[in-house]
Design a protein around this ligand. Structure first.
Ligand code: SF4
Length: 511
């Protein structure tokens, strides 16, 4: 447990996120009483024009929240009983500058105490490439951007190079996009064959819903029709530029429902300016030849077949209920049916895996030669079974290392794939990032749009979030749908009204 006691909450989130990056896997408390049981106490207060930060490591704590096996890189033993204090002079009138100054001071303090650097330095947000892309779009050169990321955020040379490579490719991909009138569509199918151990997405076992899928489709199609009407998206030249059907696992649907869904999309929206159409076929155990033929018949341009790992013992442990051979077989089946843009997702830091396991996975993926590879670092979120039932998994090691991340980057290079999008999540094993690698021309534009927030993405279905871009002000407004499927079906009218409010605000701010 970490006690974070601040005089006011103006910088609470910034300080908490940096402490989470340095000491992942701990809960936070905020009162003096609770601080008595914490392993680390961080205090912060303003004193005139200065901000004073202190870190104390109590000699003994009643902390039961620690799970050092699961979250390596913990508090140094020699710090017990000691307190460190530093101050800085932020410009409180400019919030961003004050925030960065306070984070740099805290970072230097943590570095001094632990002897560790963080690859991303003080950057704790989920979109580090946004800094580089914004600067590139502003016409700044890469040398300047490199310096800013090193001096302002203490980002490592490798991560800066990765950020710049991604941002330069993104810049090329989004050039010519219509930020004002263009939009993309996301359709959520929140069902999977079973629930993976680490899953924090909106996903329910399809078996429990197979008799009620029509009710879900009724609600989903109402939302789609509303969007088509609201955007004029059924008219030529006004439909979505990208469509992404995710979830969940859309191919968990039976072939008839999959066909009905894709037919409805084609009849509801004009697809004449569609640049890509992705369907997540994520779980190999959900794929059949019949379903792949349905996808082909509807012109799906990109699918994702996700092994996550090619080690059977790990697949069994994380509840994927499919075999390594199944991944290979379904991949070849998709190729034979003509899919020429197949992505594969893998995860570094899966329970019990070490670098040899990652090497084995990469070896098998290299033989398949997918068109893109997305490398995730495991993020254990609050709702995941791995967290909820953590007492059960205390003996399972979760380790993600720079070595593993470098192995994946090297394997991608060898397959002719280079990075094109990147994002980070909270509670990521090893505090690394998720990186999408793709062959030239095989990138997923939707992934870039959702990460860099360069176009409005309208979403329908349970657990989805629409993001309305206000390009003049470079900001995003969100409208969220509820996650629970039954609640979504019962309240689809309210989901449409939430979007309607955003449409009106958008119109008002443009008026
Ligand atoms: S396949 Fe993805 S969405 Fe489905 S249960 Fe597994 S992690 Fe969750």
């Amino acid at each position: 447990m970490i006690a974070l006691i601040l005089e006011d909450n103006a910088f609470e989130q910034d300080i908490r996120e940096l402490l989470m990056a340095y000491f992942p896997g701990h809960g936070f408390v905020h009162t003096e009483e609770e601080a008595a049981g914490a392993s680390l106490v961080c205090r912060g207060e303003r004193e005139g024009s200065a901000f004073i930060l202190s870190l104390s490591f109590p000699e003994q704590s009643g902390d039961t929240d620690l799970h050092p096996e699961a979250y390596p890189g913990e508090f140094p033993a020699e710090a017990a009983g000691k307190t460190w204090t530093r101050s800085c002079q932020p410009d409180f009138a400019v919030r961003k500058s004050a925030k960065n100054e306070i984070k740099r001071t805290l970072y230097r303090l943590c570095r001094e105490i632990t002897g560790r650097e963080l690859p991303w330095g003080t950057l704790t947000g989920i979109r580090p490439t946004k800094i580089a892309l914004t600067a590139l779009l502003d016409g700044r050169d890469s040398r300047e951007i490199r310096e800013e990321m090193r001096e302002d955020y203490y980002t490592s040379g490798e991560k800066i190079a990765l950020c710049l490579a991604v941002a330069e490719r993104e810049k090329r991909m989004i050039s010519g996009l219509d930020a004002v009138h263009g939009w993309s569509l996301y359709v959520g199918i929140p069902f999977c064959p079973t629930t993976c151990l680490y899953c924090s997405f909106t996903s329910f076992p399809i078996g429990a819903w197979k008799d009620r899928l029509d009710s879900y489709f009724d609600a989903l199609f109402r939302e789609m029709h509303y969007l088509a009407e609201r955007t004029g998206g059924s008219e030529p030249g006004r439909g979505p530029e990208t469509i992404y059907i995710g979830g969940g696992t859309p191919t968990a649907l039976d072939p008839e429902h999959l066909d009905r869904l894709l037919t409805e999309i084609g009849e509801t929206f004009s697809l004449d300016r569609l640049r890509e159409f992705t369907v997540e076929a994520g779980r190999p155990d959900s794929i059949t030849e019949e379903k792949l033929r349905v996808l082909r018949a509807h012109g799906i341009s990109r699918i994702s077949i996700n092994p996550q790992t090619m080690n059977q013992a790990t697949l069994d442990l994380i509840g994927r209920r499919h075999t390594v051979e199944e991944v290979i077989g379904k991949f070849h089946m998709a190729r034979e049916l003509g899919f020429d843009n197949i992505n594969m997702d893998i995860i570094c830091g899966l329970p019990g895996e070490n670098p040899e396991d990652v090497a084995r996975t990469l070896g098998k993926i290299r033989e398949l030669a997918p068109d893109s590879l997305t490398v995730h670092s495991l993020a254990v979120k609050r709702a995941a079974r791995l967290n909820v039932q953590r007492a059960q998994w205390r003996d399972v090691r979760i380790v993600n290392t720079q070595e593993m991340i470098e192995m994946t980057a090297e394997a991608a290079r060898e397959m002719g794939l280079s990075p094109y999008y990147l994002y980070r999540q909270k509670n990521m094993a090893g505090n690394f990032e998720n990186t999408g690698y793709a062959a030239p021309g095989k990138e997923c534009l939707y992934n870039v749009l959702i990460m860099e927030e360069k176009q409005t993405i309208l979403a329908c279905g349970a657990g989805t979030t629409s993001k309305f871009l206000v390009p003049e002000e470079n900001r995003i407004e969100r409208a969220e749908n509820c996650k629970d499927v039954a609640t979504y079906i019962a309240n689809v009218q309210e989901m449409m009204e939430r979007k309607e409010r955003r449409f009106r605000e958008l119109r008002d701010c443009r008026a």
